[in-house]
Every structure is written in C-alpha cells, then in structure tokens.
Write a protein that binds this ligand. Structure first.
Ligand code: F6R
Length: 616
C-alpha cells in the first residue's frame, strides 16, 4: 500500500527520494514526505497531504540541502486522515529517530496508552508514531539504531515494513520486514545503497538487489549492508540477485499514461512470457523456475487457485485450463476468504497463487495456510524474488516487465499464459495429455502476440463505443465459459478507472436477477465470440434487446448474424478456443481506458486504490 524509499550515499538525497517516491506513487498517493540528514546529522523533515508534486513544490526540488541520507514515504491512509501531520516520516519527541512505515500496528492503541502514561505527547493520529517513540526511547537508553529497531519490532503486533534514520548515526539506514505487510528490497550500488518497498524505486539506479525475508533486519551504510535476524545475528546466506528488468521499462516514454503504455506492451509481454515458458522447437514445456515442485506434480490430485482482484480473475480462467488439460478437479478461491475458511487441504493438493507483485498480504497469508497443510505450492508472479516466490515450492514467472499503472493489464494476460503453460505441464506430468496434444497446445500459443498486436492496432475504432459508454451510470459485462472471468475482469477495469458501476456476470446468470436492471440507459458488453457458447449468448443478447438494453458485443470476425443483432460490435480475429478469452480481454482494457479518459479520470492513480495491497 504505502511506498517507502531510503538512500544513503554521496549524492543529494532529496531529489533521489522524490524520484523514488514518484516511482512508488502507485502504492499510495494521499500524502508524502521525506526526512533527510546531512553528514553532521542535521535533520530536515518535510511532508504534505496530497500528491508528490505538492511535496516536491514544498522542497523546491531539494537541490539546496547537502543531505546525503534520507527516507521518504508515499501514503495510503489507514490510521488517521491524509493530512500534513499524519503524513510520514514520523519523528520521536526529540527527533532522535525518524521512521517511515508500511503496515498496521495492530496493538497501537495499547502502545499509545502506555507511551502516553509515560509522558509521551503524540502529534499525529497514526499508528506509526508509536514506532518512532518506542525506538527513540530505546536509543535514549543507549541502543544503536539497528538494535532499537529490533527491540521495538518485538513489541509490534501485525505485519510491518519499517525504515528509520537517526541524527546520532549519520549515513545509516535501519530497515525491517515483519510479516507480509509489504516487501523491503535493498538496492546495492557503488558507494551508495537504497532501500525501497519494491523494485520500481531501485532499478533506475541498480539491478543488484536483496529482498529481506520475514523478520529480517538490515543496517545499511553507503558502502555496506548487514542483514540479521531478530536475535541480531547475521543471517547465513544472503540471496543477492541481479533482476532482469530493463530500467527503461519503468518510464512512460511517449505514452500519456502507464495504463495505455502497458496495454500496448502486451504483444511483447506475451511473447517474452511464452518464450520463457515453452519452446516450440523442440516442443517442450519448460517452466524453468518450478524448482522442487517440478518433480512433485505427479502426486497432485487436486488444484486450488487463489488470488485477489485481477489476479483472482486470472485464477478463474486458470481453473478452466487445469480441468481441461490436467484432468483433475480445480477450485478457485478469493485469498482473503481462503485464509479464514476451514479449507479442505491435503498433501495431494497443489495450491497455485497468482500475484503480479508477489506481495499481496491475503495471498501470502493464504499460502501460509497451504504450507501448514503440507500442500505443494506454485506461484504465478511477475516480480523477480517477490515474497510469494520465496514461500512457494516453485514459480512460474510472467515476463511482462514492470507494471506501474494501478489497474493491472499486461500482467493479467501474461498470467493467463503462465496458467495455461502450468496446466499443460500438469497434464503432461500426470499422463493426461499425449505428446501430440502437447505439441498442438504449445503451437497454439505462437500466433497469440501477433493477434493481440492486430487488435491493438485497430483500437482507435473503439472511440465511438467508448463515447457512448461514457454516458452510462451502470454497465453489465457478460460471458460464458472462459469468457466469464474475462467479463469479470472487463467490469473491474471499467469501475476501477472510470468509476462507472460495472458488474461482470456469467451470462447464464443474467435472467436470475441482473436483467431487472436493464433499460435503455443501462448498456451491456457481451463476449459473443465463436467459442463462447455462441448460440446461448445470442439468446442473452435478444433478451437484453427485448428490454430496450443497448448491447455492445465482442464477436469473431465475420460473424454477421450477431453484428445485426447488436448496437455495436467489436471484432476479434479467429483463434484457438482456449486462448480466445485472452484476446477478448484486450478491447475491454482499451474501452475502460478510453471511457476513463473521456470522463476526465486519473487512470494511473484511481481514487482510493493502491496497486499493492499489503494490509487487510
Ligand atoms: C486491479 C488490480 C488489483 C490486483 C490485486 C492483486 O486492476 O490491479 O485487483 O490485481 O490487488 O494484486 P497482485 O496481483 O499484485 O497480488
């Protein structure tokens, strides 16, 4: 949710922190702040409610200070309104320590009461401030910054990521990851080091990174870093890795919005993902990061797929792939429900988690439940070294590059390809698919990026449909079979970025309630392609029209019969049946984007949303 960045080195810290916060702004954007410190320990804290630009204006670009160490924060409010006072960083009473924080201190009321009884005065409504005061009191008792953080961490309930500085230790950053409230990644530079919530703020400077694991602490100086456990002892092995992300991919380029850029990047994202997961010649399902899970797929007799939001929609389609190609029962579950249900799990169950960030707290907690039940786990993830990849037995990485638009687009379609490849591999491992079918299924993927490019090349044709839809207050998205999850995703994209109320339904459900809403002002977008149980969809369309409802249909090229029935048609190239839903996704993403722009919405930072949800 919130974004954290820290820098220690010899360059001016403030502009670097501001740049880092802009890179993380998709994680939260209701207030922002920095605390910077010179080599002599002179401290300056500036924070503002609102977007990062307001902070930047207040800092005047930040070039004027000589500070070379600092921490910054972009906030998604949990405790306390988004005001200047509640913005991070938060200092202790005497400014001996300053902290930024992501997560929720669940026992903060109790800690606040205890600190107040000791005479501490609070200047904000946040839970974070308790951390600053606890750390300051520990330092005033003689502990160094890193030890004060470890001691304080032991008092906190809930999951947190914390970075702190202290004027008594110029050039030192202390960081902690406690639980699943968000990642902490160290960026290892030359004579300078970075700490951040995720890779986006680090890769413009270095691709050498270390992810902190749960309950690990880091002490970082310009030339070194140490990682310890809760006992203060250095951890055994440090997994320093070089991330395969082109720093240029973090830039918007000539596009007005990240969302549009990322929609347009899908041919490349799909092509890179396909090439990394399968080979056509020789035909092979590679999945190079399955690790120990690879040899255990034969024992799998059931699959449970979990995720949240867009990733849950990917999991829904993943279920169809698993049932079809692996021939075993598959279920999907919203990770936030799964983790609290008494889910029936056993060692024969494969739990597949889908998470582009690898950091979503409910997914990670769901994975903990699965691990406790002895399940085999595979995660579909777009973030090299993301936390889900550290918990799972194996990973299927999507190669979509950094996704910065809050509304997920390219990572959704890339996850669908990854789930398809995993289902094939399961089918192969369990002897459910013969070699001929596997070859045919791998080949079916090959033309996919080109088809997506074709649809994107013609997306200007959606302008008029988008103009009409932008007038609506409500919309229905309908699909059957594999198109049902895509209808859900189309509705989610529409509501996220345009704020039009939209619902995705299985088309068969339409008569069981939603049809009561239909009138001339309530349009429906219907996925009516050749394979989407077309004849049944035709009767849905007729029923909508009989109630005066306006219908926009996605159809297979040349399907004149449906074209005549509908108010507007969007054509898709004919493709393999199983992969058709991936193509159907593309115009729905484009429509959501276009409608949002017409309505003047901020598509890259929709209100109330944050890209990575690390608190419950
Ligand atoms: C919607 C969107 C969210 C995410 C969800 C899960 O456009 O981006 O619904 O899909 O928060 O995030 P990850 O995939 O990072 O676990």
């Amino acid at each position: 949710m919130c974004g954290i960045v820290g820098y220690t080195g010899s360059r001016p810290a403030t502009p670097l922190l501001i740049e880092g916060l802009r890179d993380l702004e998709y994680r939260g954007y209701d207030s922002a702040g920095v605390a910077v410190m010179s080599g002599k320990g002179d401290l300056e804290i500036v924070k503002r409610a609102g977007k990062i630009q307001r902070l930047d204006d207040a800092l005047d670009g930040g070039e004027r200070t000589s500070a070379t160490t600092g921490i910054g924060h972009t906030r998604w409010a949990t405790h306390g309104k988004p005001t200047d006072m509640n913005a991070h960083p938060h200092p202790g009473t005497n400014g001996h320590v300053v902290v930024v924080h992501n997560g929720i201190v669940e026992n903060y009321a109790e800690l606040r009461r205890e600190l107040s009884e000791c005479g501490v005065t609070f200047s904000s409504e946040t839970d974070t401030e308790t951390i600053a005061h606890l750390m300051e009191r520990a330092m005033d008792r003689g502990l160094d910054l890193a030890s004060a953080l470890r001691e304080t961490a032991a008092r906190l309930e809930g999951s947190q990521a914390i970075v702190a500085i202290s004027p008594s230790e110029p050039g030192v950053l202390a960081a902690a990851r406690l639980g699943n409230a968000g990642g902490v990644v160290l960026g290892i530079g030359e004579g300078e080091n970075f700490v951040a919530s995720d890779l986006a703020a680090v890769i413009p400077h270095t691709r050498h990174v270390v992810f902190l694991a749960d309950h690990q602490f880091a002490r970082v100086t310009p030339g070194a870093f140490t990682i310890t456990g809760t006992d203060g002892q250095p951890v055994g092995t440090i997994d320093e890795r070089v991330v395969p992300i082109d720093p240029m991919s973090a830039l918007k380029g000539n596009y007005p919005h990240f969302m549009l850029k990322e929609i347009m990047e899908q041919p490349e994202a799909l092509s890179d993902t396909i090439q990394s997961l399968v080979s056509v010649e020789p035909p092979e399902i590679r999945l190079p990061d399955l690790g120990p899970a690879a040899d255990q797929l034969t024992r799998v007799n059931r699959v449970v797929l979990i995720g949240m939001g867009t990733s849950l929609h990917a999991a829904m389609l993943g279920r169809y792939f698993v049932e079809k190609y692996a021939g075993i029962p598959a279920e999907i579950d919203n990770a936030s429900e799964f983790r609290y249900r008494d889910a029936i799990l056993d060692p024969g169950t494969l739990v597949v988690s889908v998470s582009q960030s690898g950091e979503t707290v409910d997914v990670l907690e769901g994975m903990r439940v699965a691990r406790d039940a002895g399940c085999l786990q595979v995660t579909i993830c777009n973030t090299e070294g993301g936390q889900t990849t550290r918990v799972a037995d194996g990973t299927v990485y999507t190669r979509a590059g950094l996704e910065r638009g809050v509304a997920s687009t390219k990572c959704f379609t890339a996850a669908l390809v990854a789930l398809y490849a995993l289902a094939l591999r399961l089918g192969e491992a369990r002897g459910h698919l013969d070699q001929e079918t596997i070859i045919e299924r791998i080949r079916a993927l090959v033309p996919l990026p080109e088809h997506v490019a074709r649809i994107l090349g013609a997306e200007q044709a959606l302008a008029r449909v988008a103009r009409d839809l932008s007038q609506a207050q409500n919309m229905l998205f309908l699909g059957r079979g594999g198109a049902f999850p895509v209808a859900m995703e189309g509705a989610l994209k529409m509501k996220e970025v345009s704020y039009i109320h939209a619902e995705g339904y299985a088309a068969g459900e339409m008569k069981h309630g939603p049809i009561a809403l239909i009138d001339p002002g309530f349009p429906s977008v219907v996925i009516a392609t050749r394979h989407a149980l077309r004849n049944k969809i035709i009767s849905n369309i007729e029923q909508l029209q009989a109630r005066g409802g306006r219908v926009v249909a996605l159809v297979t090229e040349g399907d004149n019969e449906i074209e005549e029935l509908c108010d507007d048609c969007i054509e898709l190239p004919p493709v393999d049946q199983t992969l058709e839903p991936i193509l159907a996704t593309i115009p729905l993403q484009c429509l959501a984007y276009r409608v949002a722009i017409i309505r003047g919405c901020d598509v890259d930072q929709p209100r109330n949303l944050a890209k990575t949800v690390t608190v419950e």
